[in-house]
Write a protein that binds this ligand. Structure first.
Ligand code: NAP
Length: 324
């Protein structure tokens, strides 16, 4: 039988999850962390983690959180000055960091990033695919792909494939920062890349974030047995990205999470998966718990459909990046 406080914590979690606002907001983090008595994740001394989108918001907080646990962090994003500030925050937290600027939708810059990571690190223990943005108007990557899909789906696909020889095959962790927005969209490859004519930023974002979850489970199935692939949603977090992409959300003010609260489950997953003999189960996580991937019946896929979706997305990514 569960001890009474465990039972109360579980009931509180279920009630928060059902309310959505309670779950995604700061309330969810604060109630869960207190009622479940969250502890510091295990140490990561000697581990190396690449964090994308590390120049700002959640990615910067992930980098600092991992460094505090003893990991060496490699920080990548486009803005060199903001990356420098992130590296300073890591050093101030007692950690070590390397900075490798790259635009992840530019294939040549991804190649250069992989080369530089290889030159400085014998092996990578984890990659956090965090870079992302909600683009309010239609934009294209240099190859003509709509920018939301290019940033959230094709860029992490390319980067993971290109890093494959550096990823430690004994135990390697991939964590993809998706979004609770993905709950609003069913995976449908034919509607994933929106056109100039039908583009709506929040819809394009939700579809790409759903596709990230599908891609994360493909990695789990296709990469070697030492790999653990997770996706997660951070809740609603006060960041420059949120202010630019969804300015209306700023009205939630004190209900928004801090970047550190948004980063918590990412840091926890990397730490638990690298340090424990039995890693957390692969899947979609929020606030240190495995979560369902569907709220709405219209978005639900059967296991057989999900398998077909995953294979179709993989083939599409391979074809669009020219990587098989
Ligand atoms: N904030 C929220 O409430 C929330 C909720 C759900 C999910 N998320 C997800 O959390 C992740 C982090 O978002 P955030 O809120 O922390 O936003 P943010 O502060 O704007 O951070 C986004 C990061 O992504 C980087 N980035 C964007 N495009 C890139 C590209 N082409 N190449 C390389 N780096 C790129 C940015 O760096 P540069 O500009 O320097 O390149 C920045 O470091 C995103 O995936 C976002 O979708 C956020």
């Amino acid at each position: 039988m569960q001890r009474p406080h465990r039972l109360i914590a579980s009931l509180a979690d279920v009630a928060l999850e059902a309310s959505i606002v309670g779950s995604f907001s700061r309330i969810g983090f604060e109630v869960r962390s207190a009622s479940e008595g969250w502890e510091e994740p295990p140490r990561l001394d000697g581990k190396t983690v690449l964090v994308t989108g590390a120049s700002s918001g959640i990615g910067r907080a992930v980098a600092v959180g991992l460094a505090r646990r003893g990991a060496h962090v490699i920080l990548t994003a486009r803005d060199v000055d903001r990356l420098g500030l992130s590296a300073k925050n890591v050093l101030d937290a007692g950690g070590t960091a390397a900075v490798v600027p790259a635009d992840l939708v530019e294939p040549a810059q991804v190649e250069a990033l992989v080369e530089q990571v290889g030159a400085t690190s014998a092996a990578l223990d984890a990659v956090v695919h965090n870079a992302g943005a909600l683009f309010r108007s239609y934009r294209q990557a240099p190859d003509g792909t709509e920018l939301t899909v290019a940033t959230h789906v094709l860029a992490p696909f390319r980067l993971t494939c290109r890093l494959s020889t550096l990823l430690d095959s004994k135990r390697c962790v991939l964590v993809t920062v998706s979004s609770g927005g993905m709950y609003t969209e069913r995976f449908d490859l034919s509607r994933l890349e929106m056109t100039r004519n039908d583009y709506r930023g929040a819809v394009a974002y939700a579809r790409a974030k759903r596709a990230q979850v599908v891609l994360a489970s493909q990695w789990q199935q296709r990469l070697g047995s030492g790999f653990q692939s997770y996706s997660t949603h951070p809740g609603w977090v006060r960041t420059a990205g949120l202010d630019a992409g969804l300015p209306g959300m700023a009205r939630l003010g004190p209900l928004l999470r801090t970047p550190e609260q948004g980063a918590d489950t990412v840091v926890w997953l990397v730490s638990e998966a690298l340090a424990r003999a039995v890693p957390p189960e692969p899947g979609f996580w929020h606030d240190r718990r495995l979560r369902g991937q569907y709220y709405l019946p219209s978005t639900r896929r059967s296991p057989a459909q999900a398998r077909v979706d995953g294979e179709a997305l993989w083939s599409w990514c391979a074809q669009r990046t020219g990587i098989s």
